[in-house]
Design a protein around this ligand. Structure first.
Ligand SMILES: Nc1ncnc2c1ncn2[C@@H]1O[C@H](COP(=O)(O)OP(=O)(O)OP(=O)(O)O)[C@@H](O)[C@H]1O
Length: 233
C-alpha cells in the first residue's frame, strides 16, 4: 500500500444531455514523501483527480485513500478537517486574497491548522523576507506563487497538491518555482502531487502518472530523477 492509493476512482459530470467521464476507473499509488507528477493533455481529468484528492470534490465510485483513510468515506465535517489540516494546495493563478499582505495570506491558512509553522519564518524560507508586507498586486507572478507555496507549506500538510503551479509563469521563473516546490516538499516530507500538461517536468519526478481521456494510461517510477536545472521546457 502507498501513502496515496487511488483505486478504480470514477467521476462523471453531466453537461446538458451528455455525460462526461472525467475520471474513468483511475488507479495508481504514491509512496510517502514522493514527488509525483500527473501528466496529460487538457481535458485528461487531472484537475478533477486533484480536487478529489484534496477533498474539494467527491468521487462517484472507487476510493481515494490518503494515509490510510478513504477520502470518499469522510463526512462533511471530516472532509473540512482533512482540507484544513492535511492538505496544502497550490493553484495555477496563486489564489491569494488581494487585500491581505503576503504575511496575512500565509497567516490566514496557518490559523486554521493546528500545528502550523510561523508565517514569517516560512516566507523567509521561500525568499520573501523583505516582501512580507506587500500586497499581492505589488508582487510579480513568481513572487505571488512563492507566497502561495509558503501558505500551503505553513500548515505542515501531509500532502501537497499542485495544479499547474508553473502554468502562468515564464520558463525561468517556472523552473525556480518548481525547484522551490521540490525543495519545500523534501524539507517538510510532504507527499507531493503536481498535475501538468508539460511533459518536460516528468524527468524530475519520482513517479509519473500518465492520464488521457479520464484514464491512467501508464505509471513510471524514476529511479534517478533529474535535477531541475538540467531540464528544458
Ligand atoms: N464541473 C464540471 N462540469 C462539467 N464537466 C466538467 C466539470 N469539471 C470538469 N469537467 C469535464 O471533465 C473533463 C476533465 O476535466 P479536467 O479539468 O479534470 O481536466 P484537466 O486534465 O485538468 O484539463 P486542463 O489541463 O485543461 O485543466 C473535461 O472534459 C471537462 O470539461
Amino acid at each position: 500500500m502507498g501513502f496515496i492509493d487511488v483505486v478504480d476512482e470514477c467521476k462523471r459530470y453531466r453537461s446538458g444531455s451528455q455525460l462526461v467521464e472525467a475520471n474513468d476507473h483511475v488507479t495508481f499509488s504514491v509512496e510517502q514523501g514522493e514527488f509525483a507528477i500527473v501528466l496529460g493533455p487538457s481535458g485528461a481529468g487531472k484537475s478533477t483527480l486533484l480536487n478529489i484528492l484534496g477533498g474539494m470534490d467527491t468521487c462517484d465510485e472507487g476510493s481515494a485513500i490518503v494515509d490510510g483513510r478513504n477520502i470518499a468515506d469522510l463526512s462533511a465535517r471530516e472532509l473540512t478537517r482533512y482540507r484544513r489540516t492535511d492538505v496544502g494546495f497550490v493553484f495555477q493563478f496563486y489564489n491569494l486574497v488581494p487585500n491581505l499582505t503576503a504575511r496575512e495570506n500565509v497567516e490566514l491558512a496557518s490559523e486554521i491548522a493546528p500545528r502550523a509553522l510561523d508565517a514569517a519564518e516560512v516566507l523567509g524560507m521561500v525568499g520573501l523576507e523583505a516582501r512580507m508586507d506587500n500586497l499581492p498586486a505589488q508582487l510579480s507572478g513568481g513572487e505571488q506563487q512563492r507566497v502561495a507555496i509558503a501558505r500551503a507549506v505553513a500548515k505542515r500538510p501531509k500532502v501537497l497538491l499542485c495544479d499547474e503551479p508553473t502554468g502562468a509563469l515564464d520558463d525561468r521563473t517556472g523552473k525556480q518555482i518548481l525547484k522551490l516546490l521540490h525543495d519545500m516538499s523534501r524539507l517538510h516530507g510532504a507527499t507531493t502531487v503536481v498535475v501538468t500538461h508539460n511533459s518536460a517536468l516528468a524527468a524530475i519526478a519520482d513517479r509519473v502518472v500518465h492520464m488521457r481521456d479520464g484514464r491512467v494510461v501508464g505509471v513510471e517510477r524514476n529511479a534517478c530523477p533529474r535535477p531541475i536545472d538540467e531540464i528544458e521546457w
